[in-house]
Write a protein that binds this ligand. Structure first.
Ligand code: PMM
Length: 299
């Protein structure tokens, strides 16, 4: 292990820094994924979808999610955008109901009008996988709301992102591109104390890029912003399982491996992990936290 990585591992516990406006349990946060998209909720009308989505959000919160991330547009490779009205109709009622029930939510959107409406409905954070690149109005909208903002490394829309997965030094390039992005966000009034940084695993990345970024979290942390890691069920996990001899494991069978990756992320100083399986994710970050407490005792 390199000196940099050793240092970041040792510094991990202290890095679970707090972000103004978010829960601060003193460990890596767990964000539960709630995708209100037709592929996740295939039958019934919009109302039935909303009801089921709210129930699922309540369940994620009961399992220990610090935040429930509500998204109405799929960002999978090759996915096509949905109409703004549709995205609003899918997400805002769900955010409102969850907020009423006392659940902390974030809104997973690339669109300023959705971010604004969701915050009005009670969302406590805006999670934008495009880091403000998909909608030039996003930075100002976020600055006006004053809620925390997750800026993710992004190069192109999901439909074409796989064509942009070329890197010579993925950690250095992601760090440089995100730093440029963050400077622009700050220029537009986004509060640096409410900014969270995300390397964007799977977004214009091949599996080897995702692994290199995960191993380089310590380097990314040196940029000085809390890090969110969204590894759950992604292709690079399936690829590693296949290489390890587990064969082709479909996304639904990757939760145990995701929990292992969440523990690695938390050990390396992640501020938050975004996961489908909240119970396993919470166990993983708690184990990392206990480990780090004892590791600190040896330095
Ligand atoms: N990944 C997805 C969606 N939203 N948000 C953040 N901040 N980071 C991510 O890595 C991320 C995200 C795509 O995964 P899904 O389709 O399983 O939700």
């Amino acid at each position: 292990m390199s000196t940099t990585h050793t240092r970041s591992l040792v510094g991990g516990a202290a890095s679970s820094s707090e972000v103004d406006g978010l829960p601060g349990p003193g460990r890596c946060l767990v964000m539960g994924i709630l995708n209100v998209t037709p592929d996740s909720f295939s039958d019934g009308g919009l109302y039935a979808d909303s009801r089921r989505a709210v129930d699922r959000g309540l369940e994620l919160a009961a399992q220990g999610a610090d935040l429930v991330d509500v998204g109405g547009e799929s960002t999978r490779p090759g996915a096509r955008p949905v109409a703004l009205e549709e995205e609003l109709a899918r997400t805002v009622p769900v955010v409102r109901e969850l907020a009423r029930a006392g659940v902390s939510t974030s809104i997973d959107t690339m669109h300023a009008p959705v971010a604004r409406a969701a915050v009005e409905a009670g969302a406590r954070m805006v999670n934008d996988v495009s880091g403000g690149l998909a909608d030039p109005a996003m930075a100002r909208a976020v600055a006006a709301t004053g809620v925390p903002y997750v800026a993710t490394h992004w190069r192109a829309p999901s439909r074409v992102m796989d064509r942009h997965a070329d890197y010579e030094d993925v950690v250095a390039e992601v760090a440089a591109e995100l730093t440029r992005r963050i400077c622009q966000l700050l220029d537009q009034g986004v509060d640096p104390a409410r900014l969270v940084f995300d390397p964007g695993l799977g977004f214009a990345k091949r599996p080897e890029h995702d692994w290199t970024l995960l191993a380089g979290l310590g380097v990314l942390r040196q940029l000085g912003f809390p890090l969110l890691v969204g590894a759950s069920r992604k292709r690079f996990i399936g690829a590693a399982l296949a290489e390890g001899g587990a064969g082709e494991v479909p996304p639904g069978g990757r939760d145990a491996a995701t929990a292992a990756v969440s523990a690695l992320a938390a050990l390396n100083g992640a501020f938050c992990v975004r996961v489908h399986d909240v119970r396993a994710g919470l166990d993983a970050v708690c184990m990392a936290s206990a480990y780090l407490t004892h590791l600190d005792g040896h330095h």
